[in-house]
Design a protein around this ligand. Sequence first.
Ligand code: OOG
Ligand code: MG
Length: 279
Amino acid sequence: MSRPTTPPGPTRPDSLGAPDMTDDASVAAFARTLDEAARSSATTGLLTADVPDLTLDAAYRVQRAGIARRLARGETVIGAKMGFTSRAKMAQMGIDDVIWGLLTDAMQVEDGATLDTSALIHPRIEPEIAFLIGEPLSGRVSPAAAVRAVAGIAVAYEVIDSRYADFRFTLPDVVADNASACAFGIGPWHAPDRVAGENLGMVMEVDGRTVATGSSAAILGNPVRSLAAAARLAEGAGSPLRPGDIVLAGAATAAVPLTPGAHVRVVAAELGRVEVTTR
Ligand code: OOG
Ligand code: MG
């Protein structure tokens, strides 16, 4: 199995150096700005342009305030997504800290369904590995312990759509923007004891043409490490992963622009494929 030479450590919102001085009103205002940008298909300025010393703690508070707005509209949290867990993504985005965002039911696209991209800003798509949580999972757990909490593993895609111009941001900006979460689809679930999940070849095709190839090993050496990092972030956020939750472990390759009228297929060895058509 190939491993990154220096695996990046997960960011811990519970143990950061700088004090979080951002007041609740500012947190709510930032969340509203990002939410309105998403809903009006327009980019917004970086939060760190206004508050250069925005801490990660404050950024995660903005993220949670944005999720609270979605919940108020009737959405439900159904899991979490990990970001910057592969060198390909870190290099593409210029960020090398592992982060997370939350997934809601409104973001899930049925396998094979059509995704309307007309209201999105500048969507990109990336190949991922997903886990289905079977037992409550939170805290500092080993990857082996994390695997014992898993009920299923699947190939997945994530559509990201930064609310910032040109997908350019600093770490706190992207955390506040719910890690660019937009939409995702999951292929058929497989029993985790039948598929190890490490070092599975992955291919992403657009209209039958290969646009990205990689391996699940690109995700922190083994995507279960990303799951263990998710458990740690869940504890820091005070929201343990629950049975039935989905965790996207992060992209195995760089993301590619997603255009209308495209048919995208992501295939992973042993896990099958997941597909989406855009309009
Ligand atoms: C942030 C989200 C990163 C991943 O899989 O690494 C991410 C971004 O790239 O805009 O989802
Ligand atoms: Mg992703």
